[in-house]
Design a protein around this ligand. Sequence first.
Ligand SMILES: [Zn+2]
Length: 319
Amino acid sequence: MSPTACLTVLMFALAMAVAGSASASPPSATRDSRGAVPPEAGGAMSRSVVQAPAQGAQVGGPAFGFAYTPPASPGLKAIYKRVRDADLWRQVPELQAIDGMFALPRPLRFVTAECGEFGAFYHPEDTEVVLCYETLRTLYERGQAHQKALGLGDDHPLHYVRANVRFIVLHETGHALVDLLDLPVTGRQEDAVDQLATILMLRFAGLDETPDEVVGNLRLAANWMLSDSTGAYDLAAYADEHALGEQRYFNLQCLIYGTDPEGFAGMVKANQLTAARAAGCAREMRSASRAWVRLLVPYLAPGYEAYGVEAARYLQRSG
Ligand SMILES: [Zn+2]
């Protein structure tokens, strides 16, 4: 196949994958209604086992700080007011779940701000995760386009923003944990923290969220990774510290599939994942989960010992 024809096929497959990533709801018959995924199915951790320490107890590491910085640009003020009034940081269940969980050497702050560019960042010098208002605006626009393309309901753009904010913020939190806890990472850190974001969303989603909703949010995060997909890249893209958007997309699809290969068999049929990659996804998911659990458990703060017990059981079971 010529490079052009090959590219056309890839782009078509990607377009189909994007279309499918919101409309193809994963089968629920084989899934555990109590947790995100049956722990024995794909090696991911269940999210229903352990409760956080009792409130008021003298436990936990340094608490996260949350702030909303007013933007200078008039065009971003409405977004600022909206996230401040909604207290966006406290609406990220995974962040609330891990707040205080780790014995960090100093407190980590989460800030929304005008950045002058699209993005989200971890700034080690300030121990700060910054989510840009520009990102929220772009995510909303992308959510609107996704809604239009698939004929989804009016609430979809906001749903799209929420799902992606969770993934993006947890990705940056991963960078922060690597820095603050001096965690070893071999290979690309960007890939490693994508894996952590996925694992945290599977393990610490809100308990009022169904397994299908949890996976649905991850699939919207996968969709976002294709937002700059052109199929044609320059040297800067190949040399970038991030994998190409298409590769991040398939990595995430693989982790999702790996939680329950039987339940997600439709992803392969719908060309959302190749059969060749899918064959190893349960192992990839298990390997990533085990690695992150082993890296983080030594840093559990006092009062969170129950998570250590859960982790030990998990490592034994999935080994
Ligand atoms: Zn990153």
